[in-house]
Design a protein around this ligand. Structure first.
Ligand code: G3I
Length: 315
C-alpha cells in the first residue's frame, strides 16, 4: 500500500497523526503511524494537566516517550500545546492575576525549554476566540490577564526556544468569517509589532460535506502575512452508522482538504486527529456521530485512504 507520508514528502509536506504512547502500544495502530506519518502530534500528553499537574511540579515523561518514539522512527514532533483553557491543571484557575501571569510564563518557559530541539513547532496558544470573533471569556488567562496574555505567551516561548516555529491554533477558522477574521487581525497586528508568531494551525474538525469553498483563499490570506499555515487536527465526522455513500463522500472531502493544502505553498502539511475511528474523540463529544478518521474500528483503511493517496500523487 501507499505511504501517505512518503508521497507528501515529495511535495515538501507533512502527513501527521495525533497520537500518544498509550495508543502506540497497540500494534496495528503503531504500524499505521510507522508507515504513514512524517510527523506526530501528542493528542493529550503535552497538555498542562499532564505536564504541570501541581504548580512547579513538571512531568514530561509521557511527552518524552512520544519524542523517543518519533526520534527512533524518524518523524517530526509538533508540540500541542502550551496555553489552553481546557485540560488545564485545576490549580491554575485558582490563581489571581498577579500569580497567574508568572505561572503561565513559567509553564511556557519550562515546557518549551524541556522540548527544545525536539519539536518543530508549538501551538503556543490554543482556541482563544469565540465564534463571533470576540475573545472567549471562559479562559482564566483571558479573564484575569486580558488580551495581552497571548503575546506574552509567544514572547516567552520564543525566548525559551528561538528555533521552534510558534503557532496560534484554532477550530472553525477554515473559512473566511468572523472568527478567522479576528485571528487574521491578531496575526497581522503581531507581525507588524514584531511579536514572534510564525504559523497558524487550522484544526479542521469538519462535518461531512463541510469543507469550506474558500479554504485555499483563507489559507493564502494568512500566508500573505508571512506565516506558515498547517492543517493541524483534521477529521470529518458524520452520523453513525456510516453508509457506503457517506464513506465515499468523506473520501472526496479528505481529498479536497489535502489538495487545498497542496495548493498553498505556505501550507506545511496535514495532521489527522487520530488513526482509527475506535479511539476518536468525536463519539464522546458528539453522541451519534463518528466515523471521522481514515482507518475504521478494525484499523482497516477506509475509502479516504486511497483518495488522499490520489491527491498526493497528483501533486
Ligand atoms: O487521562 C484520563 C484517564 O485517566 C481516565 O481514566 C479517562 C476516563 O474518562 O479520562 C482520561 O482523560 C481523557 C483524555 O482525553 C485522555 O484520554 C479525558 O477524559 C478526555 O476528555 C480527553 O479528551 C481529549 C480532548 O481533547 C479534551 O479536550 C481528546 O482525547 C483529544 O482528542 C481532544 O483534542 C482536542 C485538541 O487538543 C484541541 N482541539 C480540539 C480537539 C478535540 O476536542
Amino acid at each position: 500500500p501507499a505511504s501517505l507520508g512518503a508521497l507528501a514528502a515529495r511535495a515538501g509536506k507533512d502527513v501527521g497523526f495525533a497520537t500518544g504512547p498509550d495508543l502506540l502500544a497497540i500494534a496495528p495502530l503503531k504500524a499505521v503511524v510507522d508507515a504513514q506519518a512524517t510527523l506526530v502530534t501528542p493528542e493529550n500528553v503535552m497538555k498542562w494537566q499532564y505536564t504541570e499537574p501541581s504548580q512547579g511540579h513538571f512531568d514530561f515523561s509521557q511527552g518524552d516517550a512520544l519524542v523517543a518514539y518519533a526520534q527512533a522512527a524518524g518523524k517530526k514532533v509538533y508540540g500541542h500545546n502550551l496555553v489552553w483553557h481546557s485540560q488545564l491543571a485545576p490549580w491554575v484557575a485558582g490563581l489571581d492575576a498577579a500569580a497567574l501571569r508568572p505561572a503561565m510564563e513559567n509553564h511556557v518557559r519550562q515546557q518549551a525549554e524541556h522540548f527544545k530541539g525536539k519539536v518543530v513547532a508549538w501551538d503556543v496558544v490554543n482556541e482563544a476566540f469565540d465564534e463571533d470573533g470576540t475573545r472567549r471569556d471562559d479562559s482564566p488567562f483571558q479573564q484575569k490577564l486580558g488580551d495581552g496574555y497571548i503575546e506574552d505567551a509567544f514572547r516567552t516561548a520564543h525566548a525559551a526556544d528561538p528555533n521552534a516555529k510558534l503557532c496560534y491554533n484554532d477550530y472553525n477558522i477554515e473559512n473566511i468569517g468572523a472568527k478567522s477574521d479576528a485571528v487574521y487581525a491578531m496575526v497581522k497586528d503581531f507581525r507588524s509589532r514584531g511579536v514572534p508568531i510564525d504559523c497558524v494551525g487550522f484544526q479542521s474538525h469538519l462535518v461531512l460535506g463541510g469543507v469550506p469553498q474558500d479554504f485555499v483563499e483563507n489559507l493564502e490570506r494568512f500566508a500573505a502575512l508571512g506565516v506558515d499555515v498547517r492543517i493541524t487536527e483534521l477529521d470529518i465526522r458524520m452520523a453513525t452508522p456510516a453508509s457506503d455513500g457517506d464513506l465515499a463522500r468523506q473520501a472526496d472531502d479528505y481529498r479536497t482538504v489535502f489538495a487545498d493544502c497542496l495548493a498553498v505553498a505556505a501550507c506545511q502539511g496535514v495532521t489527522i486527529w487520530g488513526v482509527t475511528d475506535k479511539y476518536s474523540w468525536v463519539p464522546t463529544t458528539f453522541p451519534g456521530q463518528g466515523a471521522a478518521l481514515v482507518w475504521d474500528d478494525d484499523v482497516q483503511p477506509k475509502p479516504a485512504f486511497e483518495a488522499i493517496a490520489g491527491a498526493l500523487r497528483d501533486a
